[in-house]
Design a protein around this ligand. Sequence first.
Ligand SMILES: [Zn+2]
Ligand SMILES: [Zn+2]
Length: 305
Amino acid sequence: MLHSPGDLRVEDVADPEGEVLVTVEAATACATDLKALRHGHLILGPYPARFGHETAGVRCDTGERVLVGDSVPCGGCHACAAGLTQLCTAMTWVLGGFAERIAAPAAALHLIPDGLEPAGAAMAEPLAAALHAVARANDELADAAILGGGTMGLMLARLLVLEGRDVTLCDRHPQRRAQAEALGARAVAQLGRHELVMEAVGRPASWRAAIEAARPGGTVVLVGGCPSGCDVTLPSGPLHYAELDVRGAFHHTPAEVDRALELLASGDVDWHGLAGDVVGLDDLHDALLRPTAGEARKLVVDPQL
Ligand SMILES: [Zn+2]
Ligand SMILES: [Zn+2]
């Protein structure tokens, strides 16, 4: 339970209330969880709050293996009516993967394909966001670059490679460049110019660098979210004279979560190369705060450990 920013406690509490109770087998962590631990997050419920939003487990009622989607769009708002369910303005967020059990609306649950391990299934959440970001980029742009070789950047690289694009990933860490090359991308420490640039860092300087790296007439997709309330100064020259398309990419749709599960189960996206240390709940706090260096890998929480 997160009692306030920085105050995470492992406690015995009653089962959460909700439509379906799920025994958690694996919950993977991402930068959003670290942000929530350090500073709180707008999608957290009132304190003490449960968190963890990339969750796979077993339904307590039917025994089915499920990925617990982290959100259920309302279906009735303007965005939902327009088919933009990722932008639902009345989203039900489903958090609490860092626990032995999580409660979720049935509509949040996705069946896990046979053979896909829980840690891999949990990664369907971020992979769905990567799929959504790639869907925001024009299909005809063959020359694609990604700025940032974290796990999101690596997922984007793999998806763009699967689409048959010519993919360059830029990161200053040699180990992450090696990971990108293993996924079929070219890897560089300094970004050149490209038709499509996807930003997967989430810092103002990096948003700017992505825009400066786009060829005239190109597209920039901003995947990494800057800290909330952050103002960004962007160069007007390329935006205006180079007719750049600059697009945000946020979250995913339920259909993209199912597609992500298929890609993970088929091995087209090899999650093993993105999985890091496996820890129990007692070690979660320290593991989240441990500085990361070298390869980009996701922390895997096994609450039954
Ligand atoms: Zn995440
Ligand atoms: Zn809605």
